[in-house]
Design a binder for this molecule. Structure first.
Ligand code: S3P
Length: 441
């Protein structure tokens, strides 16, 4: 289906991860920097922008809607904001590739415009659930047509009058929360969203950073429509979700000692640190500072003997993107790890419960998929071939598993690593992983 599904990683066992590295910019913040910069008044200067396919899909969508955007050039992007009502109708459907964040956040931002727009994406994105956003948006007065299954293409009818709602989210989802807050900017009156558990709060922080009043009170987030966003400078920290591969790789590879610099450690994102520490990981957080309203730190990780745990369910939304690599940590740990309460993993870029269970089993690890999680008994992985099913995070997770395997691991369908972490192979190789990328049948 995708043009480049013949990209494979081949990773040899052994080696340690050593030195100092900086991972790619935060994907969530990169998306939002373009979206909010575009509808702000004035010029937003971004540094550390993630030049991955997902955030570039967002950037190109706003260019297609008439926003003048310079770059990206080495992580620098300059967005000339057009204000809340300055976007123009795009000439064609907006293709958002593999990016769920682009589609869900844009559906909220675009349903209050005075033009029609259609949102499409790749095969994975076109099969992901969109009713979680279209239903509450419809309650605000939006007109959005999906397929019968509730999937994209999303056909958004412009010129609607939106009204604020008070919405209690059935799932803990930062994408749904952010979608409704963005629609709320265009709505009459007050929009409130209540989340069942804390999720990443970059939208709230960045709106506030641009001078927009957002009230947050115990899981209920409210704003009034019709305000103004003031452009500002945005320094995007390293993505803790990308750092996670190296946190696990260095924990499981004997003799490792790795520093990951300038990582975003927003408390709504650090579940992976808590879970790894509960498993016995040796991770030091130092040089804590605040950069543009987001906490940032350097992380030092050294090899450690990991043990299996029951993952506390309240940490699940705070580590939602890190479970593929946490499953690899569990596969290398002593004893049993049990994850529950994570059914959301089944509707990510792939069904991450099934695809990870299949891959771990192919390597001889005892891993049992359950409806909402996984039960993994730690052991020694064999070498072999695993299929990432075009899921970036699964490809990178199995690359790290190879350091402790009996022989080489080949990972198929890896091109989508470029959606979130361009340069992964080079960075991992530089730190000590014996990894090559190969193109071929
Ligand atoms: C994201 C929210 C999460 C996460 C995704 C990025 C965001 O999705 O998995 O990678 O930037 O808001 P959900 O809101 O669906 O959990």
């Amino acid at each position: 289906m995708h043009a480049n599904n013949s990209l494979r990683f081949r990773v040899q066992p052994g080696g340690s991860l050593l030195g100092r590295i900086r991972v790619a910019g935060d994907k969530s913040i990169s998306h939002r920097s373009i979206m909010l910069g575009a509808i702000a008044e004035g010029v937003t200067r971004i540094s550390g922008f993630l030049e991955g396919e997902d955030s570039l899909a967002t950037l190109n969508a706003f260019r297609a809607m008439g926003v003048d955007i310079e770059g990206p050039d080495n992580g620098r992007v300059v967005v000339h904001g057009v204000g809340l009502h300055g976007l123009k109708a795009p000439a064609a459907a907006l293709d958002l590739g593999n990016s769920g964040t682009s589609m869900r956040l844009l559906s909220g931002l675009l349903c209050g415009q005075d033009f029609d727009v259609e949102l499409v994406g790749d095969a994975s994105l076109m099969s992901r659930p969109m009713r979680r956003v279209t239903e509450p948006l419809a309650a605000m007065g939006a007109q959005i047509v999906t397929t019968e299954k509730g999937t994209a293409p999303l056909r958004i009818r412009g010129g609607q009058t939106l009204k604020g709602i008070d919405y209690v989210m059935p799932v803990a989802s930062a994408q749904v929360k952010s979608c409704l807050l963005l629609a709320g900017l265009y709505a009459e009156g007050r929009t409130c969203v209540t989340e069942p558990a804390p999720t990443r709060d970059h939208t709230e922080r960045m709106l506030s950073g641009m001078g927009y009043t957002v009230e947050v009170d115990q899981g209920r987030i409210c704003l009034e429509g019709g305000g103004v966003l003031q452009a500002c400078d945005i320094d995007v920290p390293g993505d803790i979700s990308s750092a996670a591969f190296f946190l696990v790789g260095a924990s499981i590879a004997p003799g490792s000692d790795l520093v990951i610099e300038h990582v975003g450690v927003n408390p709504t994102r650090t579940g992976v640190l808590d879970i790894l520490r509960l498993m016995g990981a040796n991770i030091e957080i130092f040089n804590r500072r605040e950069v543009g309203g987001e906490p940032v730190a350097d992380l030092r990780v050294r090899s450690a003997r990991l043990r299996g745990i029951d993952i506390p369910v309240e940490l699940v939304p705070l580590a939602i993107d890190e479970f593929p690599v946490l499953f690899v940590a569990a596969a290398c740990a002593e004893g049993r790890t049990v994850l529950t309460g994570a059914e959301e993993l089944r509707v990510k870029e792939s069904d991450r419960i099934q695809v990870m269970a299949d891959g771990l089993q192919a390597l001889g690890i005892q891993a049992r998929a359950t409806p909402d999680g996984m039960i993994i008994d730690g052991g020694v992985a064999d070498g072999g071939v695993v299929d990432s099913r075009g899921d970036h995070r699964i490809a990178m997770s199995f690359a790290m598993a190879a350091v402790r395997a009996r022989s080489a691991i080949e990972i198929q369908d890896c091109a989508n690593v470029n959606t979130s972490f361009p340069g992964f192979v080079e960075l991992a190789a530089g730190a000590g992983l014996t990894i090559v990328a190969e193109v071929g049948e």
